[in-house]
Ligand binder design. Structure first.
Ligand code: FES
Ligand code: FES
Length: 172
């Protein structure tokens, strides 16, 4: 039997309390049962460094790291981060203490409009946590889900390669 519209609405607005580690800090937050991670980060927690592009899992602008894996937060159910570690661009580095990848992106001219940059950095970070000496093909594979309209990709690949060569990537 089909659920009535009212019941469907009631189920979709059910609240749930979740706990997780966000950029190194414990967070407890109430979410709607069908909340999406990107909205939780941007709208509830005010972490707007994570960008919303396509909203369909195609462009990678919304990439964050959940338990060492890069995910598209625009299609990732928020409840799934319960008891997980989540890293967003705000936790990777700051203006005063940029992450080595961020330094390489700036030095290599890999940032143009910057919209794709947070997602690119987090995908690159995931790669370098697993492979400290990636070849160009490894970098291309790791960034395949991150689209950039401006840069032509070569400077981004060069920046990731540069950061890897400097061998200054610390586990965060
Ligand atoms: S906004 Fe999530 S993949 Fe495009
Ligand atoms: S720098 Fe503009 S989309 Fe990548």
């Amino acid at each position: 039997m089909a659920l009535s519209n009212n019941l469907v609405k009631e189920v979709s607005t059910l609240k749930k309390t979740i706990q997780f580690t966000l950029n190194g800090q414990e967070v407890t937050v109430d979410i709607e049962a069908d909340a999406i991670l990107l909205d939780l980060l941007r709208e509830t927690l005010d972490l707007t460094g994570t960008k919303k592009g396509c909203g369909e899992g195609e462009c990678g602008a919304c990439t964050v790291i959940v338990n060492d894996e890069a995910v598209n937060s625009c299609i990732y159910p928020a409840f799934k981060v319960e008891n997980c570690r989540v890293l967003t661009i705000e936790g990777l580095g700051s203006r005063d203490h940029p992450h080595p990848l961020q330094v390489s992106f700036l030095e290599k001219g890999a940032v143009q409009c910057g919209f794709c940059t947070p997602g690119m950095l987090l995908s690159a970070h995931t790669l370098l946590q697993k492979n400290r000496n990636p070849e160009e093909k490894d970098i291309k594979t790791a960034l395949a889900g991150n689209l950039c309209r401006c840069s032509g990709y070569q400077k981004i690949i060069a920046a990731v390669s540069d950061a890897a060569k400097k061998n200054t990537i610390n586990k965060r």
